[in-house]
Design a protein around this ligand. Structure first.
Ligand SMILES: Nc1ncnc2c1ncn2[C@@H]1O[C@H](COP(=O)(O)OP(=O)(O)OP(=O)(O)O)[C@@H](O)[C@H]1O
Ligand SMILES: [Mg+2]
Length: 269
């Protein structure tokens, strides 16, 4: 079968007839994240760990993807590479269509600051900054006026119900409140992608649900979210689960429309 060009990089569409692939390329959005052949090897003096091996993954704008798999399978490594905190040993990473796998740490930091919001299991707020100052941090290197920064920090804190605690320090807040502040910090820069690593892992079930509800609301308003979670209750909040095992994706690597079309009888090849 003739293979037509696939300008939007929609990966695994080879089983589809050419005309359907061409149509899909126009109607499906360009992935905001596209990994191919991605590997990460950690080398220490004693061992070489293949944390990721040949990972391919596409995420469409506005998708909510959860990443699941046993401890040590590479979830945090994958999220760190997606968030430009680390770079792959091999492979390609297109973020918003731009190749970012070979950038220097400084270039990565600049793109990260504009494009990515992070939420970590351990909140990672800075203890000697107030809630306001913690949330303002991602805006400080962007040449935004103090008045606009103030407005955006306030709006983010309002969004997570923490505006009344602006002058508190993290140690004066509960875990759930700290994580809500961390969500405010992650969204204040209006990032293209939100990355969350076990965001409910340190919370009791009530606070866990509240944080998840917040993520679901952000997603309903258009946010693209990739979230690592061990908790099946929360994995269901996502539209798609990517299953990792031993550094490889064993299920859920492709944007859903393609799989569903292939499975529903379009595989005529
Ligand atoms: N900086 C590092 N140096 C050496 N090895 C590392 C490093 N970071 C991760 N690894 C190894 O890479 C593998 C994947 O680790 P990773 O933290 O991505 O797992 P994970 O799926 O997030 O696990 P968990 O569910 O326990 O958080 C592990 O074997 C780990 O020991
Ligand atoms: Mg981890």
């Amino acid at each position: 079968m003739e293979v037509s060009p696939n300008p939007h990089g929609l990966g695994n569409a080879r089983g589809l007839p050419g005309v359907v692939r061409t149509l899909l390329a126009f109607v499906m959005p360009q992935p905001i994240i596209k990994l191919s052949g991605l590997s990460k090897v950690f080398r220490t003096r004693e061992v070489e760990t293949h944390a990721l091996s040949g990972v391919g993954l596409s995420v469409a704008p506005g998708e909510f993807v959860s990443i699941a798999g046993p401890s040590g399978c590479g979830k945090t490594t994958l999220l760190s590479i997606l968030g430009l905190l680390d770079s792959p040993t091999e492979g390609r990473y297109l973020l918003n269509g731009e190749a970012v796998e070979q950038l220097s740490a400084t270039e990565r930091a600049a793109i990260r600051n504009r494009t990515i919001g992070f939420i970590f299991q351990a909140f990672n707020l800075i203890g000697d900054l107030t809630v306001f100052d913690n949330v303002e941090l991602p805006l400080t290197y962007r040449g935004i006026s103090a008045a606009e920064r103030h407005e955006r920090v306030r709006a983010s804190l309002d969004r997570v119900g923490m505006a009344s605690r602006m002058d508190h320090y993290p140690s004066q807040l509960s875990g759930g409140q700290q994580q809500r502040v961390a969500v405010a910090r992650a969204i204040v820069g209006r990032p293209a992608v939100l990355l969350a690593d076990e965001p409910t892992g340190n919370l009791d079930s009530g606070n866990g649900r509240a944080v998840m509800q917040l993520l679901e609301e952000l997603h309903a308003n258009g946010a693209t979210i990739c979230m690592v979670t061990h908790d099946p209750r929360y994995a269901h909040a996502a539209e798609r689960t990517v299953h990792l095992f031993d550094g490889r994706i064993v299920d859920g690597a492709e944007i859903r429309g393609i799989h569903e079309l292939e499975e529903s009888g379009f595989e005529l090849a």
